[in-house]
Design a protein around this ligand. Structure first.
Ligand code: FES
Length: 163
């Protein structure tokens, strides 16, 4: 017999407020059944989905992105290891991009990030005359563009945010 959990039990184990559990249900990220009493009952595997949602949110992914990923999992049973692996593969490029951005944020804030402020001593070398603005809006070097105009006849490599 499948063990079903109440909202309170899910909330307690997941470390969430009951209102958050209901919110995630309303957003379609998790699904509940109704007991004869009318109360929500959740399969235990909902805890894994909630863990995924919480961690994904903490690294800056939107609820829409998370919902899209979870929509590939079955609703009527616990996802298999293979189904979680497929979700993970589908997210690899997106997560690699986030990792590179976070690493850039961690490592790049003491140097010029190509944001147009020209406020650091290094900006004069890395971003003379706000050259980075020619690449587009925002902190171009943090977003992966190479710093500084390339000397004639050479090509700059794209930053990866790593190493
Ligand atoms: S840090 Fe903003 S342009 Fe250099």
């Amino acid at each position: 017999m499948e063990q079903l959990l109440s909202v309170g039990e899910v909330a307690e184990r997941a470390g969430l407020a009951a209102s958050a559990v209901r919110f995630y249900e309303a957003q379609g990220l998790i699904a509940a059944r109704r007991a004869e009493s009318g109360h929500r009952r959740f399969r235990r595997d909902v805890l894994r989905r909630l863990a995924f949602v919480r961690v994904a949110q903490r690294v800056g992914l939107s609820l829409e992105e998370i919902a899209e990923a979870l929509s590939g999992l079955p609703e009527d049973r616990a996802p298999t290891k293979a189904e979680w692996a497929r979700l993970s593969r589908g997210w690899r490029a997106r997560l690699d991009e986030r990792i590179a951005l976070l690493e850039g944020l961690r490592d790049g804030l003491s140097s010029c990030i190509g944001c147009g402020c020209l406020s650091l001593r290094t900006c004069a070398l890395s971003n003379p005359g706000d050259w980075a603005a020619t690449l587009g809006p925002g902190p171009r070097y943090l977003l992966g563009d190479a710093s500084g105009p390339a000397p004639a006849g050479t090509e700059r490599k794209k930053r990866t945010g790593r190493g």
